[in-house]
Each structure stands twice: as C-alpha cells, then as structure tokens.
Design a protein around this ligand. Structure first.
Ligand code: FAD
Ligand code: FES
Length: 246
C-alpha cells in the first residue's frame, strides 16, 4: 500500500510503500522491484524501480515521469494498494572502508539506502539542471549541472580531476550509459577495479526468464541485467558494445 507520496522535484516523485518485514530483510541496496503501476490492461508489463531506501516496514522509490507507466504512478493516491514483485536482482557488495558515490540524474535514486549502510565519504552528483539534482541530506556533496543552475557548470567528468581515488576502497556509479562509460575511462585502473555500477535495461519479466534485458559482457556474450545484476563490477561490462546499443 502507498503510505506516502511526495513530488520532491518537478516531475520527480518519492513514494513509500508498506511492505512485509520479510521484504525489508531482503531489500539490500541496489536491488529493485517490479511494480504493477496499473490494474488495467495498460501498461502490460510491470515497471522496474531501484529500492531507494527502507525504514521499519516501508520501502521507498524515487522516480521520474517519463512515459505512461510513471505518469499513472505519479497520479496514484496514498492508501492505494499496488502489486509489487521483489526484492529482485543482485545489489551492491557492501564492502567495509570508505565509499565514493557517483550519480548522474536519476541514477542517484538508489544512493540513500546505500549511503545508510556504508561509510560514504563523498557524493558526486551531475544533472542537466538543479531541477534534476537528487541531493542526499547529511552527505558531503559536490554537484555540477549542465546549465550551471546549481554547483559548478559542466559535466560530471569535470568533477573527477580533483578526486583522490586512492582514498576510496569502493566506488558506486549509476547514471546513463555514456556518462558511466566516460567516468570509467577517466579512472585509474585500481579505482575501476573497485567500482560497482548499477545498470538499467528495458525489462520484461525481471527474474531471468525472458532474456529481454541484455547487457554486453566483457570478453563476449551477454549478462542479464535483472538476475546477474543490476549491480555489476565495472570491469565485467563491455562498455564499447553497450554504448553502441544506446
Ligand atoms: C533495474 C532498474 C531500476 C530502475 N530504477 C529506476 C528508478 O529508481 N527511478 C526511475 O525513475 N527509473 C528507474 N528505472 C527506469 C524505469 O523503469 C523507467 O523509467 C520506467 O519503466 C518507464 O516506464 P513508463 O511506462 O513511464 O515509460 P515508457 O513509456 O515505457 O518509456 C518512456 C521512455 O523511457 C525509456 N525507458 C523506459 N524504461 C527504461 C529503462 N529500463 N531504461 C532506460 N530507459 C527506459 C523509454 O525508452 C522511453 O524513451 C529503472 C530501470 C531498471 C531496469
Ligand atoms: S527482464 Fe526477463 S530476463 Fe531480465
């Protein structure tokens, strides 16, 4: 059941669902849910959303309205029950030590729960404008926007020049594929080996049956975003091939 709904930025919503405690036990950062946004015939398939955070017996997602499914979800009132499947997929390996989080746009939606469970030292955020910047209260943050409306003016790669990569044992990266590829190409090899990326692909089933969510695998073949991921070691992905299909 939806217990809270809030438009946190224009067209971007935070929704909290009441779920069984057994769900919370399994809801590690980086895992996702498949949400039936409508009981009607359209949209036909469930829509995937990263688990943003959990608290007590509630789970939160943060989403942007981009099409009919998310539009319906944004119009759904508190108190309404929706069917959700999950938690699905493999989340982050919660290694000890200091973490650097790097998020592009809605890519930061999964970071609140990750920051709560790790020693997060720095958050780098990039977005087209301040209206798309998903800040996390209490975290040291460096932000950059393409139009300069918040933080520095530029792309997230412009923030990387001053990063002291050796001071982080783990790096989490999430955003559009070209952004993630550009960030990874700027990393020293050791930082790249310490990086986990949260991937997105169009999904059907969400649990490994339909093969509709392929992500090109380093060395050939494909990974299933829904069941091998959505969180992958950065080095396990063939970034050239993946960028080619976006
Ligand atoms: C594992 C996973 C986690 C996700 N987590 C979040 C999240 O936390 N917050 C959030 O806002 N969105 C998230 N998404 C994307 C979200 O699922 C889509 O935005 C949503 O399904 C769009 O549904 P729609 O019916 O509104 O749009 P549609 O009409 O289906 O599509 C509208 C536009 O969005 C694009 N789109 C749709 N689905 C995806 C997708 N999976 N990846 C890339 N582009 C897509 C389409 O190409 C089209 O341009 C996630 C996707 C995956 C696979
Ligand atoms: S969505 Fe069906 S296999 Fe991944």
């Amino acid at each position: 059941m939806i217990i809270e709904k809030e438009e946190i930025l224009p067209g971007i919503y935070r929704i909290a669902f009441e779920v069984p405690l057994s769900f919370i036990d399994e809801a590690q950062p980086g895992r996702f849910i498949q949400l039936e946004v409508s009981h009607d015939s359209f949209p036909v398939t469930r829509r995937p959303f990263t688990i943003s955070s959990t608290s007590g017996n509630s789970v939160e997602i943060i989403f942007e309205v981009v099409g009919r499914g998310t539009e319906i979800l944004a119009e759904t009132d508190e108190g309404r029950s929706l069917r959700l499947l999950g938690p699905l997929g493999c989340g982050y390996r919660l290694n000890p030590g200091k973490w650097l989080l790097i998020g592009g746009g809605l890519g930061a939606a999964g970071f609140p729960g990750l920051a709560a469970r790790t020693e997060c030292d720095l958050l780098l955020l990039g977005a087209s404008s301040r209206d798309k910047l998903l800040t996390i209260p209490g975290l040291e943050t460096a932000a950059i926007t393409e139009d300069g409306s918040s933080g520095r003016n530029g792309l997230i790669t412009d923030l990387l020049e001053t990063v002291l990569w050796d001071s982080f044992g783990s790096i989490a990266l999430c955003g559009p594929v070209p952004m993630m590829k550009a960030v990874i190409e700027m990393m020293p090899l050791q930082a790249r080996a310490n990086t986990q990326v949260s991937a997105e692909a169009r999904m059907g089933c969400g649990w490994g049956a339909c093969e509709g969510c392929s992500v090109p695998k380093a060395g050939g073949g494909f990974l299933k975003c829904c069941s091998d991921g959505p969180v992958f070691p950065a080095d396990s992905i063939d970034w050239e091939r993946w960028e080619g299909i976006h």
